[in-house]
Design a protein around this ligand. Structure first.
Ligand code: ATP
Length: 345
């Protein structure tokens, strides 16, 4: 197991803040993203892996070896920061070769390995450029090459894309994932950006108030959020207070009684009803079952280019839906499988 946090707690001195009950495994070659709002504990978790904070209790294990109290420079981790952290007076090549220099490798070998690492991030021909003459994306690729050149045991990415503009960020996601897959290295990626985590990670850990409150694949988190807060943190969601109906597989909602899978909830149980906006279908699909067809009126209609976001007033409820349709409609269908029940709050 490349990275393992075992019963880890950390409390800042003279404060109730920190991280609590962290049990997390990152497998060989796995890309794990940690997301959560500001102050949820992401940086603290990273600091315990990189060695800049020592847990109050519990252990951190890297490649089967306990590193809980090991100094940062001994940990053999590749780290990429938001601020790149490149030496401005050194060429791209010398920056990438630097970790090899401090490990005592001979100059010719350093040069060859650094060139190969630059090649892996498609920057070989920029080897002699100085960092400030490179674009933000190129500088971040140099930082990535430098983090991987000495074949570290794991890769830590601390908000590596947040200094880049939106289009470049999307391009660099693919680049980071490609390089990570080629290196087949366990990776912990801390980000504020939910969409980035969904698009890049094998699994995501969501933190809130110092705890991991859900850990799963992007699809699991999106389709089966553990609670209302996770549902609204990951993507958009209609979240209504409801109650499972007397009739099996029905739920009472502010928009009326809807058919859905009530799973293990017994009749009369208060629940949160989750419906993702893109799962609502405009009109009635010919040949579809006739359940969950609702009549409403359009409260707000926004054209967003790739989608049209509509708020539909249905009885007491406001139903947000995203659709590609540009046609007028007054009825919508909520497919049975689009309705998810979460615990009431
Ligand atoms: N030096 C400190 N002393 C006391 N409390 C701290 C200290 N540093 C951080 N904290 C608190 O510990 C908790 C976790 O902070 P942390 O920086 O790990 O969160 P984060 O998720 O990385 O936030 P951000 O996204 O803003 O970087 C927060 O409540 C924060 O206020």
């Amino acid at each position: 197991m490349p990275i393992l946090f075992k019963n880890v707690n950390y409390q800042y001195p003279d404060s109730a803040n920190g991280v609590f009950d962290i049990n997390l495994e990152i497998n060989e070659g796995e890309f794990l993203a940690v997301i959560g709002p500001s102050g949820s504990g992401k940086s603290t978790l990273l600091k315990m892996l990189s060695g800049f904070a020592v847990p109050t209790s519990g252990s951190v294990i890297l490649d089967g070896k306990e590193i809980t109290r090991m100094p940062p420079e001994k940990r053999e981790l590749g780290i990429v920061f938001q601020s790149y952290g490149l030496f401005p007076h050194m060429s791209a090549l010398d920056n990438v070769a630097y970790p090899l220099k401090i490990r005592g490798l001979a100059k010719t070998q350093r040069r060859a390995m650094a060139l190969e690492a630059l090649d892996r991030v498609s920057l070989k021909k920029w080897a002699s450029s100085m960092p400030l003459s490179l674009s933000g994306g190129q500088q971040q690729r140099v930082a990535l090459a430098r983090a991987l050149v000495f074949s570290p045991k794991a890769l830590l990415l601390d908000e590596p894309l947040s200094a880049l503009d939106a289009a470049l960020r999307v391009e660099m996601r693919d680049e980071i994932l490609r390089v990570q897959r080629n290196a087949n290295i366990a990776t912990l990626h801390v980000t504020h950006d939910q969409e980035e985590a969904l698009s890049i990670a094998d699994r995501i850990a969501i933190m809130q108030a110092g705890r991991i409150i859900q850990l799963g694949t992007p699809k699991e988190l999106y389709d089966k959020p553990a609670n209302r807060w996770v549902a609204s943190f990951i993507g958009q969601a209609n979240l209504w207070n409801g109650k499972t109906g007397g009739q099996k597989n029905h739920v009472e909602t502010p928009a009326g009684i809807l058919r859905c899978d009530t799973g293990n909830y017994s009749p009369g149980t208060p629940v949160t009803v989750m419906i993702r906006p893109e799962s609502v279908v405009p009109g009635i699909k010919p040949g579809q079952p006739t359940s969950n067809i609702l009549q409403g009126h359009i409260h707000a209609d926004r054209f967003l280019g790739s989608t049209r976001r509509i708020d539909l007033k249905i009885k007491e409820a406001l139903l947000r839906m995203d659709t590609l349709s540009r046609e007028p409609f007054e009825q919508v269908t909520i497919p049975i499988e689009a309705i998810k029940l979460l615990p009431a709050e």
